[in-house]
Design a protein around this ligand. Structure first.
Ligand code: NDP
Length: 478
């Protein structure tokens, strides 16, 4: 049985209840984790208060060293961690390895910023009067993490929070607590003072809700569904908690007639089918210039047919199962809705057949043409391996359709014409635009959505602004 980590100790829930964690590929029990309570969150808050008192006084350079040490200990256990991640989440083992490495990179990135993290100084505000700008930690930060990238998304929150001198309470998704618990444990062993980094497992409606309500938690960083994010923001308003929200997305990809089609086809396949399509940042709507559409679709259909669907733990699997039965049902309903409105099924559109697939939540990569613009798969976030494809006459039409969404997380445009590319980069309503590039995330660049895709930034040095208060100090020298 896995345990929570509070004040540096492995602990059970106060009532000793547990939640089962099951493998999405087989339905088998992987392990159990504590079903935490309101009391458990309060216990973690007490520990985090003590952790903050010590950690915030540790010199910045030393905090950076401990982040580096944690990163290296995680990397040393990459194989064990990746395996647990595949068993609880379902993704192919090679994607789990990539996720653990992404976590390590993020930790190293913020460890590196320790040497460059500073406030400011304003000379001679007045006669004998000088100004300073301090960057101070907030206190206890709550990190609420979803199940699609449990480890790397946790890293986006804990790395800048810890470097800035905060203590943290992590609440992982109820279906993916195991790898996160292990990572937090490794981190505690790497030199964090007890109470600096805690993890409390349990239902969002109990553990998460208490984190939103508890006035001693000064900030919530949340990744998940837009509807939950709105609730987080409402609750945070009660005591003006700081919030960072990374919410849903429906990223458009535009392919112009002068694009490198080979590279674009490959980016579309990876961008839609990575993690079985369960990513906030994923290509969810494809806009093709009319003259290249037929050839592009043919190549993409061929690629989709060849992607091996299976248990993520097996060699060669490129697409694992959906994470839960509910997740698969949601995708099936979205596809039925699109077909009911006249969409053309180009490939997929069903569960794979055979004994190997009976117990898991598998679904074939699916491409749809002639999709109604008001279909659910276009209007809502499609969190699975299905992609609606549209034909457009020019860039104007493509951008107008791309921006016709409540979301604004990622976007991409493929063209050899730099002028077109720059116009698209300026006009696409999104936090990120990739030009002639797959949607790869970099720790160096700030990441966060516009419109209903979120609030605030993760990654980059910008993320540190969301884990600090900026304070002005005036000094009169005599
Ligand atoms: P949620 O937004 O419900 O869950 C994300 C995290 O928030 C989990 O840790 C969850 O805990 C927690 N949570 C849930 N309710 C509350 C609450 N009232 N207070 C505080 N925390 C809470 O997403 P789901 O996991 O339910 O996924 C549903 C859909 O959301 C998906 O189908 C997908 O469309 C979208 N989604 C989008 C993501 C993105 O990155 N854009 C990520 C994940 C989901 P618990 O697991 O215990 O419920």
């Amino acid at each position: 049985m896995a345990k929570m980590i509070v004040g540096g100790e492995l602990v059970e829930a106060e009532n000793h209840e547990v939640m089962e964690v099951r493998n999405p590929a087989t339905g088998e029990l992987v392990d159990t984790a504590p079903r935490g309570t309101v009391g458990d969150v309060r216990r973690a808050v007490e520990a985090a208060e003590e952790g903050f008192r010590i950690w915030s006084q540790i010199p910045l350079a030393r905090r950076g060293e401990i982040l580096y040490e944690g990163a290296s200990q995680i990397l040393a256990r990459e194989t064990e961690l990746a395996r647990t991640l595949t068993l609880e989440q379902g993704k192919p083992l090679r994607e789990s390895v990539l996720e653990i490495r992404r976590f390590v990179h993020t930790l190293e990135h913020y460890a590196g910023l320790a040497k460059n993290f500073r406030g400011g100084y304003v000379p001679q505000l007045d006669k004998n009067r000088y100004g300073m700008i301090l960057k101070l930690p907030l206190g206890i930060c709550g990190a609420i993490v979803p199940w699609n990238f449990p480890v790397s998304l946790m890293g986006n929150k804990i790395a800048p929070a810890l470097l800035a001198g905060n203590s943290v309470i992590v609440k992982p998704a109820s279906t993916t607590p195991l790898t996160s618990i292990r990572c937090v444990q490794i981190f505690n062993e790497a030199g964090l003072p007890p109470g600096t980094l805690n993890i409390v497992t349990g239902p969002g409606g109990v553990v998460g809700e208490e984190m939103l309500c508890n006035p001693k938690i000064r900030k919530i960083s949340f990744t998940g569904e837009t509807r939950t994010g709105k609730h987080v923001m409402e609750m945070a308003a009660r005591d003006i908690k700081r919030v960072t929200l990374e919410l849903g997305g429906s990223d458009p990809m535009i392919v112009c007639d002068d694009a490198d089609l080979e590279a674009a086809v490959s980016a579309a396949a990876v961008g839609r089918f990575f993690n079985c399509g369960q990513a906030c940042l994923a290509i969810k709507r494809l806009y093709l210039f009319d003259s290249i559409a037929d050839g592009f679709i043919e190549r993409l259909v061929n690629k989709a047919r060849k992607l091996k669907v299976g248990n993520g733990i097996e060699d060669g699997t490129l697409i694992g199962p959906l994470h839960t039965a509910a997740q698969r049902q949601e995708i099936e309903e979205m596809i039925q809705d699109a077909l009911g409105r006249g969409a053309q099924l180009l490939v997929g559109g069903r569960r794979p057949e055979g004994a190997a697939y009976d117990k898991g939540y598998f679904y074939l990569p699916t491409l749809l043409g002639n999709v109604d613009r008001n279909a659910r798969i276009v209007r809502e976030e499609c969190f699975g391996p299905a992609l609606p494809i549209f034909r457009v006459k020019d860039l104007e039409e493509a951008i107008a359709m791309a921006n016709d969404s409540i979301y604004g997380l990622g976007s991409s445009v493929w063209t050899r014409n730099l002028d077109k590319a720059m116009k698209a980069a300026e006009r696409l309503e999104a936090g990120y635009t990739w030009i002639n590039s797959p949607q790869i995330i970099y720790d160096e660049l700030p990441f966060g959505g516009v419109k209903q895709s979120g609030l605030g930034k993760e990654h980059g040095s910008e993320a540190l602004d969301f884990y600090t208060e900026t304070k002005s100090v005036v000094v009169t020298t005599g």
